[in-house]
Design a protein around this ligand. Structure first.
Ligand SMILES: Nc1ncnc2c1ncn2[C@@H]1O[C@H](COP(=O)(O)OP(=O)(O)O)[C@@H](O)[C@H]1O
Ligand SMILES: Nc1ccn([C@@H]2O[C@H](COP(=O)(O)OP(=O)(O)O)[C@@H](O)[C@H]2O)c(=O)n1
Length: 447
């Protein structure tokens, strides 16, 4: 039986509680609970520079906590909460996760600090569940109210974290709802620090959740979206057409990649003139009407949209390469590098190791002959951005603000294999950059 006395003291009334049998709790939560004790938790502390890991332990000792400053920092608050979406449907889960974040940020009192959390079973594929850890520096009833409301309206898992005054151990209480809509604690475990896993948990989440390695994987995501995003149908139709495309021709296919404002548009235009080639881009023009719509969606859906864009561009490359060289502004490297960099928190060192499967090329996607990665110093990039002016997309604005993110994107570009990028310093004058890339093309491609 759960020691309800502690829970009552912790929650101080806004939650209704009831000592009830597990069988009365929501089946969804129950099924989740079966393997609950095997799960580990990673919370992004320190502005996302390092995760703090904790696990559950039925027989802890106070010694487990000693000297673990990061762990102490995480639980150094009046109350702790964790919440994540628990619905089985991946589209709904992805969208509810975004809604949850917006709600937490907008409705929780200022005493709360909302941190990214993932819980996972080490080395178990698809076991990553994303959520949030909330540190409340005060014993705020508003926090309880907001979370209780959320919990009762949606499929969320809610845990509270508590330490008694005379106790040195921290406890996690897992909440569920009875058939009568009352909230009840169904499990209680001690939380203890745990070692950093060899593989960053987000790495296991990348494959076919934010980076897609086949047409079918990306296609299926948008197919599952048709009811909630009707525009998906048109995107799917455009993608289906590219399947019947001709085999690629013999002219070289050159991709130009790089961060925003590194000079891709400038270079691709001058290259296509110099080589009398066709100029293409990914995402292709035909997807432009729906880009803003999909940019507003969570990563699962947004990345699947861009992945399908690459297959449509591949169809166009195949046709054009029968007549002339083809120059392409962004392609799969962009889709993968931005997705990987967004998914992995903190520094570039947290990126999956060079040998990781996340960097492999999709076996069914047309391969280019050369991928050129343009790099410029942060200061020069900033100067070019300012000189260019114009509207910034949300991601561009984030990119500008976030030096760490930029480093991760560029590093992810460089780690993608087969074909790997040829890195070109795009800092010199336009003509110099063009000359250098033409030289590279002459060396690497048959013209
Ligand atoms: N080699 C270069 N030297 C100086 N300015 C450049 C160079 N290449 C591009 N620019 C300028 O920098 C800005 C960004 O270039 P652009 O080609 O639009 O980048 P991207 O397509 O990568 O976003 C533009 O105003 C462009 O005229
Ligand atoms: N092939 C592509 C192209 C863009 N993208 C996404 O679109 C964003 C950049 O597109 P953009 O149109 O702003 O690029 P530029 O205008 O800077 O060339 C990236 O941040 C990626 O998230 C992608 O995923 N795959």
């Amino acid at each position: 039986m759960i020691p309800i006395r502690r829970v009552v003291r912790f929650l101080k009334t806004p939650f209704q509680y009831q000592a009830c049998l597990l069988t009365m709790a929501r089946p969804l939560t129950l099924c989740h609970l079966n393997r609950w004790c095997l799960r580990k938790f990673a919370v992004e502390l320190g502005g996302g520079t390092y995760p703090v890991y904790f696990a559950l332990n039925a027989n802890p000792s106070v010694k487990d906590y000693e000297d673990d400053l990061a762990f102490q920092k995480l639980f150094d608050c009046a109350k702790g909460y964790s919440v994540h979406v628990s619905t089985g449907d991946r589209i709904q889960r992805a969208r509810l996760h975004c809604d949850l974040q917006n709600t937490l940020v907008s409705r929780l009192p200022k005493t709360c600090n909302v941190l990214d959390l993932v819980d996972f079973q080490p080395d178990v594929k698809n076991s990553v569940i994303k959520g949030f850890f909330i540190q409340d520096s005060k014993d705020s009833q508003q926090t309880d109210r907001v979370l209780q409301e959320l919990f009762q309206r949606h499929s969320f898992n809610l845990c509270t974290y508590f330490r008694e005054e005379d106790d040195k151990l921290w406890w996690q209480y897992v909440w569920s709802q009875t058939d009568h809509g009352e909230m009840t604690v169904v499990k209680k475990n001690c939380v203890v620090p745990t070692e950093t896993p060899v593989t960053h948990p987000s790495e296991t989440n990348i494959i076919n959740n934010v980076v897609f390695y086949s047409f079918e994987e990306a296609y299926n995501v948008l197919k599952e979206c048709i009811k909630i995003i009707p525009e998906s149908k048109q995107v799917l139709e455009a993608a289906e057409q590219c399947l019947s495309s001709v085999k690629r021709g013999t002219f070289p296919v050159i991709i130009v990649e790089g961060l925003d404002a590194t000079g891709k548009t400038t270079l691709t235009q001058s290259l296509s003139q110099a080589l009398e080639g066709s100029l293409l881009k990914s995402p292709p023009e035909c997807l432009s009407p729906w880009r803003v719509r999909f940019d507003a969606e969570p990563p699962l859906i947004r990345r699947a949209f861009y992945a399908l864009g690459n297959y449509i561009t591949a169809g166009q490359i195949a046709t054009q390469s029968a007549h002339s060289p083809v120059i392409v502004d962004r392609y799969w490297h962009s889709t993968a590098a931005y997705a990987i960099a967004t998914e992995v928190s903190g520094k570039a060192e947290n990126l999956p190791a060079l040998s990781s499967d996340v960097y492999r090329w999709p076996s069914d996607l047309l391969k280019p002959d050369l991928v050129v990665l343009l790099t410029v110093s942060p200061a020069e990039r900033q100067r070019r951005l300012q000189a260019r002016g114009g509207d910034k997309t949300k991601e561009e604005a984030e990119l500008e603000a976030n030096q760490l993110f930029r480093q991760k994107v560029e590093e992810a570009f460089k780690r993608i294999e087969d074909p790997a990028c040829a890195v070109i310093d795009a800092g010199p004058a336009r003509e110099e950059v063009l000359k250098e890339v033409l030289l590279l093309i002459n060396n690497k491609c048959h013209l």
